[in-house]
Structure formats: C-alpha cells, structure tokens
Design a protein around this ligand. Structure first.
Ligand code: GLN
Length: 289
C-alpha cells in the first residue's frame, strides 16, 4: 500500500478506538517506522511502503489502539525544544511542566547573574527538568534524585544526549533523602512530584493508568504527601533567599500555597500554565531569621 493509504487505514482504526488525535498519531508513527520527518509523508504521499515497514506500522497501530501513549511507542518526547528518551519506567514529560522549567529559568535570569547556582530536582524521572535547566543555563549545577534506578538510567542517558552530564549529579533515593546525607547547600529546590489524589487515581485516562509508572503519579489521599515530606526534610538545606518551585495539580494551588506558608516560605505565588490553570507554586526561604 501507499503511504497515504496506510495513513487513511490507521486514522480510521484509531478513530474507531476513540483515540483523540487519530490522524496526527498515525502520521507520527508512520514517519517513525520509515525513519523520515513527518513533512515527507505530505511531500511524497504516493510512495509505496515496504512490506517490513508496513508490518511494523500495523503492530504500532494495534498498540496505540490499546491506548499505549505515542511517546512510549517511539521512545521519544519533546520537552522545552529538546528530544528526550522515554520508556514506561518514566513519566512522559508534559507540556504543563514547561511552565515549571520556564519559571525557574526566569528566576535564574533575574536574580542569579552568572554565579554558579546549585539546584535540586527531586523525583527527576526522565530528567526532563534537570536536563533542560542545565542545557539552557550554563551556570546551573543540578543534583537530581529518584526512587527508581531505571528512571535514573534514562535521566542519565538524556543528560548525555544533551551534553550536560558533567553538571548533573544523579542520586538514588526517596525525595530529599540522598541530599540530606550529603549536606548540600541549595540555591533552588525544584520538583514535579507525584500529586494525583486517591480520588483522581480512580478515573485516570487509560493511556495513563495502563502505561505510566504509578510511583511517579500517586501522592497520597490529597496528593500533597510528597510536598509535605520535601518541605519537612528539605528546607534546612536551602540557603537564605533560595527558591522553592513546585508543579502541582490544577486544583491544589491554594492548599500547596498554605502548606508552603506554614513552613515559613515567603512571597508564595501561584503561576498558571498555558491553558490558564494553576500549575506551579513558588516561594522563597526567609532571608534572615
Ligand atoms: N500531570 C500529570 C498527570 O496529570 C501528573 C504528574 C504528577 O503527578 N507529577 O497525569
């Protein structure tokens, strides 16, 4: 069959299975199998697809029909303009999380000048936050933790891929734990921890519930347990004036703000993502106590 015929077939299959972006997914997956850019499908739609490639494409479309996320099928996800390797051991970086990365970069630009900045990324997963921050700001040094050895391997691969491995230290352990032992002094603490509530966990979309790591998603009854733990353990590692920046669920902003204020953080602010929903909360360690 020709390229356009395969795309038509796959689009119908995915549409019938209730996939939200059937044509886009079909094109991305065919381009992936053919190892070409997607635009070339439009330039040469009449080209015959070799049998091998056709068979591979069919397998991918079947998996996609079962809601396997495209990023796990291609092994790649774009974040902050960079391509990240992803496997089912790590959460797929979301566009929402770019709000967190951009907020931190903005803070660095406005406050830190060119001095070295020691930052912690807690629960790094694919390393998308740690790697993109280091990539876009040469002054940034990151210590990144995760409770999954598999995730740390992927994150390290991503750091290598974007040539920032020398500025990121990866440590295995639960949230802040590995940092406490090593007595770090931090200029910024950044995290997109698991924050799905018990109730939300019951109705996650199939593509998330069936494929993404629950370790990276579930944050206890109200989704705020990981923040409580990070704040309880982490604040003493921050130098005065240091930034704390968290991603949170869009309904958790006010509760997280109160929690951060209870812990004595100053200037606590909620920042919205591109869809206009509360997504990031920032605050600062007191300058003098
Ligand atoms: N934003 C993710 C989702 O809704 C959750 C990420 C997280 O728990 N840190 O699937």
């Amino acid at each position: 069959m020709k390229r356009n015929e395969w795309i038509q077939w796959a689009t119908n299959e995915l549409k019938n299975a209730g996939i939200e972006t059937p044509r886009l997914d079909a094109e991305v997956l065919l381009a992936f199998v053919l190892r070409i850019e997607r635009i070339r499908l439009h330039m040469y739609p009449e080209k015959e697809v070799e049998q091998d490639a056709g068979e591979q494409f069919e397998i991918l479309i079947k998996k996609r029909r079962d809601e396997c996320p495209v990023a796990y099928l291609t092994g790649e996800q774009e974040f902050m303009g960079l391509q990240f390797m992803v496997t089912p051991e790590v959460l797929i970086p979301r566009p929402d999380t770019e709000t967190l990365a951009e907020t931190v970069l903005e803070w660095v630009k406005n406050t830190a000048g060119s001095e070295k900045i020691q930052l912690a990324d807690i629960g790094t997963g694919s390393g998308a936050i740690a790697v993109s921050l280091a990539y876009y700001c040469p002054a940034i040094q990151v210590v990144a933790t995760d409770l999954s050895h598999d995730a740390l391997k992927i994150a390290e691969e991503n750091a290598k891929r974007h040539h920032v491995l020398s500025r990121i230290e990866f440590l295995y352990g639960d949230l802040m734990e590995p940092l406490i032992e090593k007595k770090y002094v931090l200029d910024a603490l950044v995290s997109n921890p698991p924050y799905i509530t018990e109730k939300e966990a019951e109705s996650l979309p199939g593509s998330v519930a069936g494929y993404e790591p629950m370790l990276a998603l579930l944050g206890g009854k109200d989704g705020l347990d990981p923040y409580r733990k990070i704040l309880a353990e982490g604040l003493e590692l921050l130098r005065p004036g240091a930034l704390v920046a968290f991603e949170m669920g869009w309904q958790q902003g006010e509760d997280l703000k109160s929690l951060m204020e209870e812990w004595g953080l100053e200037g606590v602010q909620i920042i919205k993502d591109l869809s206009g929903r509360d997504r990031v909360t920032t605050g600062y360690k007191q300058s003098c106590q």
